[in-house]
Design a protein around this ligand. Structure first.
Ligand SMILES: Cc1ncc(COP(=O)(O)O)c(C=O)c1O
Length: 377
């Protein structure tokens, strides 16, 4: 196992000073943006980045305030505390958990570890683009396979592209931007056929928003006996901590050891690493966020239906609807009206992704939509 500074302090305590392998860094100079700009103190309604519009729960907000006093210290010991808390939360060993500066860091590290020249990343189209971006930077070929007509991953077609000796499959479930599910039984069958040297990233960023369904079971709630799976989770969505930047991967000990050297040293800040422990344990706050989102989702789907608009049944905190026109025009129109909505996903150029905001924001969204020339579906 590579001995990172993070692990060093977990194992030997904060008294010793050491640095270790920093790992190969991908070239970020040419990094393209895969999410629209998120900052600014303007008056825009933000329905574009699948954030939690309410922010963290009260308990987590207090924990953030308490954590501020630790900002002058490197949080070496706390890395271990959060890793242990995540492991306990999921009934795992701590060696199976890897912390990231957002799950974006986990996606970058997965690409750095398992992609590279001569290798492939196989993913859906459309899907969340970050890992493809990092896979390309690593020199890998990226194959994007259209979703099925039910907006699930087309696992047979994806499998057909895994013939090479090594590579990575990215599966986002529920999928961003469609909010749709790929059934667990299909994923199990896919894993049974996947060539031995391929790894799979299962991105469960939107896991908490899935309505109870026989078709879906998280790979953390019910792990598959497969050493090649990397499950990603984030604190950016249900926990309302997108700005704090915290995510994690769960994988076999061996896979974590392979990925760990590519993590940026000390990339988790002192506030996030403390607050993460509180957020994980705050069941009440999480349930409230899930409930609020379910009602926002129902409102959105009802409003779309009332207008005869085709909306994809969502299992996330956003939904995609057929705007019946080039979506970039719609995005610009909303921007002129001080509302930020999702960007174009080239595989579905007429579909608009809308993140769910607060009730008044969603009322405004529909009022502005109705002002769009020929807005009805
Ligand atoms: C599917 C998916 N994975 C990962 C991320 C990145 O999340 P984080 O804020 O944890 O970096 C996002 C962000 O929107 C996402 O939609």
């Amino acid at each position: 196992m590579q001995l990172s500074r993070r692990n060093f302090f977990r194992i030997f305590g904060a008294g010793a000073a050491a640095t270790a392998t920093s790992g190969a860094l991908v070239n970020l100079a040419s990094a393209a943006m895969f999410e629209p700009p998120r900052s600014g103190s303007d008056n825009f309604i933000r329905l574009n980045s699948n954030e939690n519009p309410y922010g963290p729960s009260q308990k987590v907000t207090y924990a953030m305030q308490d954590a501020l006093v630790a900002a002058n210290r490197y949080p070496y010991r706390e890395y271990g505390d959060l890793t242990d808390a995540i492991a306990t939360h999921h009934g795992l060993h701590s060696e199976q958990v890897l912390l990231g500066c957002g799950s974006t860091e986990i996606l970058r590290v997965a690409a750095a570890t398992f992609c590279g020249p001569g290798k492939r990343l196989v993913q859906a189209a459309p899907t969340y683009e970050a890992i493809a971006h990092y896979a390309r930077l690593s020199g890998a070929e990226v194959i994007s396979v259209p979703l099925t007509p039910q907006y699930a991953h087309d696992l047979d077609a994806m499998l057909a592209h895994t013939g090479q000796s090594e590579g990575l499959v990215y599966i986002c479930n529920p999928n961003n931007p469609t909010g749709s599910l790929t059934p667990r039984k299909d994923l199990e069958a896919f894993l049974g056929k996947l060539p031995a040297n391929w790894h799979v990233v299962l991105d469960e960023a939107y896991h908490h928003f899935v309505s109870p369904s026989a078709a879906y079971t998280s790979f953390l709630d019910q792990p598959a006996r497969d050493e090649r799976i990397i499950v990603c989770r984030t604190f950016s969505k249900v926990y309302g901590l997108a700005g704090l930047r915290l995510g994690y991967a769960v994988a076999s000990k061996d896979v974590v050891n392979r990925m760990e050297p590519f993590i940026t040293e000390d990339s988790i800040n002192a506030i996030a690493v403390r607050v993460g422990v509180t957020a994980l344990s705050d069941q009440k706050g999480m349930q409230e966020a899930i409930k609020r989102n379910a009602s926002a989702r129902q409102f959105f789907l009802d409003q779309a239906k009332a207008r005869g608009i085709q909306a994809i049944d969502s299992q996330a905190n956003f939904a995609m609807m057929n705007a019946n026109r080039p979506v970039n025009d719609v995005v610009s129109y909303f921007k002129e009206n001080k509302i930020l909505v999702g960007r174009e996903f080239p595989a579905m150029p007429n579909f608009l992704r809308v993140s769910f905001g607060k009730p008044d924001e969603m009322q405004t969204f529909w009022r502005v939509w109705d002002g769009l020339p020929m807005a009805r579906g």
